[in-house]
Design a protein around this ligand. Sequence first.
Ligand SMILES: NC(=O)c1ccc[n+]([C@@H]2O[C@H](COP(=O)([O-])OP(=O)(O)OC[C@H]3O[C@@H](n4cnc5c(N)ncnc54)[C@H](OP(=O)(O)O)[C@@H]3O)[C@@H](O)[C@H]2O)c1
Length: 337
Amino acid sequence: MSEFNSNTPFHAYYVQRHPDAGEIHGSLQSLSTDRLPAGDVIIQVEWSSLNYKDALAATGNPGVAKTLPHVPGIDAAGRIVETTDSRFHVGQAVIVTGYELGAERWGGWSERIRVPAEWVVPLPEELTLRETMVLGTAGFTAAQCVRDILKFVQPTDGPVAVSGATGGVGCLAVMLLAKLGFEVVASTGKANAAPWLMQLGASAVVDRSALSDDGRKPLLSTRWAAAVDTVGGTTLVNLLKSTRVNGAVTFCGLVAGNQLEMTVFPFILRGVKLLGITSALCPMPDRVQIWKNLAGPWRLDGLEEICQEISLDQVAAQIQKILAGGVQGRTLIRIAR
Ligand SMILES: NC(=O)c1ccc[n+]([C@@H]2O[C@H](COP(=O)([O-])OP(=O)(O)OC[C@H]3O[C@@H](n4cnc5c(N)ncnc54)[C@H](OP(=O)(O)O)[C@@H]3O)[C@@H](O)[C@H]2O)c1
């Protein structure tokens, strides 16, 4: 690794409001280290990824990109080039996902990030930096969902539904659940995705419309021992109404809506558990354990089959596609030039 010189400029995907037209626009720009937020550790980023939340940040959604200009990227993997914290050393391979990265502060779509030492996870030995970013926040979140489902439901209890199954969280949840022996029913809006989802481990694939809800019935016939919902809205309502007694439903997303309009009956008559997931604020001991699981007993084969690799200058084209629900699998971003 060449000697780090903080005076050397670096490239980042820089989102700003156009001074005349007022529209928000992102482009690759050369920046200096003194523009980075304060922190203990500077990382030369090698890989990042594209998550739905990144697309919101890249289009200036104020719920994610709190201020402009902004550098998106809730995921980053690379090597430390400078640290004031003695728990880490220069050259060490590390991962940062979540916390305020790519949201309140500048993120991983950048050759260089500076972050608090408390956010940094040493790379587990069994994974490469590249593999951690194929997984990224999506894989980490899917693993949180599976971990929480396992507290209430075992593979012998019955099928598990996964909504938004071709998305990042969804496809990795399908793969993890199948690896752990669950029967997985994948729900998707993509007409041609069934063979791909079956290859990832789904036992059956249903159209997204099969999980919509018209709001009329407080309960539906039970179909699932558990569910991983990544889309929210009426899909989440349907899944809660059709989960068996003492089953569990994790939810993390809102692409189909952020309202939960239903009665309490699934919870008080069937004991269904509704388990909210936050990856960004996952405590560090749990975070390290989840990465250990992903590197060890939950290690997934076939990550290449779900991954499309792009460079930082190709990212703009993918942003609208993911916002429209059109991306299948994970988009890995090669930051090292
Ligand atoms: N709480 C957390 O910590 C956390 C962490 C990670 C992600 N998330 C959230 O989880 C969600 C998924 O994230 P992701 O990165 O996996 O996104 P993604 O890759 O874009 O996947 C989302 C998938 O949802 C489905 N979908 C899209 N629009 C839909 C609609 N209108 N109705 C129903 N389904 C729709 C599509 O799958 P199909 O075509 O297969 O149906 C799409 O591929 C996002 O809302 C994201 O913000 C939250």
